[in-house]
Ligand binder design. Structure first.
Ligand code: F6P
Length: 546
């Protein structure tokens, strides 16, 4: 990173933003080619950022910013397996998990490709055996339900993908238990039979308290119904901590490993994707990996001006740093992507929610935004009011498929798309006071009422949004979309000059929870805690009648 060139560019972009005049509505009116100028495609994937407040000058300056941050150098370092996760001394190679045809990367003397293929083959054999009934439960019955027990990256990825690829399910039903709240496992197991249920304990570290607590409860559930000897047929595990898994008692041939160069939130492509593979079959799972690999190649080789993850990252940086927008709403007009915002929350916020630069100093710009969202059209009837007329501007990212999986319900899909397009148009155009008044007068309202109500019906417009369009949500497309977002997070992290691959910020709460457990249990006093914590504990005990 050329720090002084970078800082200069940040200042120039901020100044450009502060000096910007005119609205997007005016920009569209002045330039009939605005869409062509500010959209790009990779195959059938289209990114349209023309409804963001940028011009050709901004884009050129953002590109220069990427140059000063040595984005291309850092990208190469990631793909080559350099240990860019400097606080944990690890390579960052989720891209190697989906590179099944190209050259492998050697990390610490070990060829990643050989390892990746070996685990993928083992997963495929296991998935086929479960799906066919060859690997049956202890009483000989075919497995009908799998329950993945994991949290964070060991849950959000496979849970999101399972839902997204529902049309491809032809295997057992997949359920996900993550929360340590007993309600989660209780309600999940309620409708299941131990004889036909397989648990997959998914934990990179195999120490995460939520996962281990839920796994214990699951083991007791199976043991109670079928006896201890049944455990082997009803459990599998996915982890990098193979010794801990073996201590838990899961048979060796049902343990699928991955490596420390796969971050938890980047692990859906690894054995963490096992429940997905069991649900949709190994062939579809490979198509999902192939799609991600296609995006990797695009990210690696497309020129910056046409590179979708780079463009998405540059726009994200522009919104966060130059425009100072604190949040970003992800709104898939695709019901099956309803868990995408939650997935992206971990991907983006755990990666880029940092305040320290790579060399340990304080960051000089804001870093990752608050990422949140819900599917459209549902969001329209809940929080879009604030997005249209609230006092904060929150950039919106729309995602939509041109073609649905339900041709017989085409009317639904046309309505869905019309709403998606309407919302982005409304954010950009808004409605002036004159337009509001004219509309009301045309409807025959009394002038006095028009005067009173018209201000409430004004939309500022000029609110940024971008749209990602794809043909259909199939495994390959989903792989491309997720990889697009992964690389976008990388691009933004590079521009923030932070390590996007550690997550020290989750540690403190975990440590304190360990210390507080005996206090909650009543085995230790809360006297040494702060007054609020002590007061809350006392109240819990009082409510419990202890
Ligand atoms: O809470 C943070 C975290 O470490 C995430 O990064 C990770 O995805 C999750 O916990 C689960 O960790 P594990 O897979 O080791 O159980």
């Amino acid at each position: 990173m050329d720090q002084s060139a970078f800082d200069k560019q940040v200042t120039a972009l901020r100044e450009q933003r502060a000096a910007a005049k005119g609205t997007m509505r005016e920009a569209f009116a002045a330039d009939p080619n605005r869409f062509e100028r500010f959209s790009a495609t990779d195959g059938d994937l289209l990114l349209d950022w023309s409804k963001c407040a940028v011009d050709a000058g901004t884009m050129a300056m953002l590109e220069k910013l990427a140059g000063a941050a040595d984005l291309e150098g850092r990208r190469a370092a990631m793909f080559e397996g350099k240990k860019i996760n400097i606080t944990e001394g690890r390579a960052v190679l989720h891209t190697a998990l989906r590179n099944l045809t190209g050259k492998g990367v050697v990390v610490d003397g070990q060829d990643t490709k050989a390892d990746v293929i070996a685990v993928l083959d083992a997963m495929s054999a296991f998935a086929d055996a479960i799906r066919s009934g060859k690997a049956a439960g202890a009483t000989g019955k075919k497995i009908t339900d799998i329950v993945n027990i994991g949290i964070g990256g060991s849950d959000l990825g496979p849970a999101m993908v399972t839902l997204a690829l529902a049309p491809y399910h032809d295997g057992p039903r997949a359920h996900y238990v993550s929360n340590v709240d007993g309600a989660h496992i209780h309600d999940t197991l309620k409708g299941l039979s131990p004889e036909t249920t397989l648990f997959i304990v998914a934990s990179k570290t195999f120490t995460t308290v939520e996962t281990m607590t839920n796994a214990e409860t699951a083991r007791k559930w199976v043991e109670k119904a079928l006896g201890k000897e049944a455990i082997g047929k009803h459990f599998a595990a996915v982890s990098t901590a193979l010794e801990l898994v073996s201590k838990f008692g899961i048979e060796k041939d049902r343990v699928f490993g991955f490596w420390d160069w796969v971050g938890g939130r980047y692990s859906v492509w690894s054995a963490i994707g096992l429940p997905v593979m069991i649900a949709i079959g190994p062939r579809n799972f490979r198509a999902f990996l192939d799609g991600a690999h296609e995006m990797d190649e695009h990210f690696r080789s497309a020129p910056l001006q046409k590179n979708l993850p780079v463009l998405l990252g540059l726009i994200g940086w522009w919104h966060r740093v130059a425009c100072n927008y604190p949040a970003c709403a992800v709104i898939p007009y695709d019901q099956r992507l309803s868990r995408l915002p939650a997935y992206l929350q971990q991907l983006d916020m755990e990666s880029n929610g940092k305040s320290v630069t790579l060399d340990g100093g304080a960051v000089t710009t804001p870093t990752g935004p608050l990422v949140w969202g819900e599917p459209g059209t549902n969001g329209q009837h809940a929080f879009f009011q604030l997005l249209h007329q609230g006092t904060d501007f929150i950039p919106v990212e729309f995602l939509a498929a041109a073609v649905s999986h339900e041709p017989e319900l085409k009317t639904h899909h046309d309505l869905l798309l019309a709403n998606c397009l309407a919302q982005s148009e409304a954010f950009m155009k808004g409605r002036t006071l004159e337009e509001a008044r004219a509309q009301m007068l045309a409807k025959g309202m009394k002038p006095a009422d028009v005067d009173r109500i018209a201000p409430h019906r004004v939309f500022s417009g000029n609110r940024p949004s971008l749209t990602i369009l794809y043909r259909k949500l199939d495994p390959r497309t989903l792989g491309r979309l997720i990889a697009l977002y992964e690389h976008r997070v990388f691009v933004e992290g590079t521009l923030f000059n932070i390590n996007s691959f550690d997550q020290w910020g989750v540690e403190l709460g975990k440590e304190l929870a360990t210390g507080l457990l005996p206090v909650v249990e009543g085995k230790e006093t809360a006297a040494k805690r702060d007054a609020s914590t002590a007061g809350l504990v006392a109240h819990i005990h009082q409510l419990r009648g202890a």
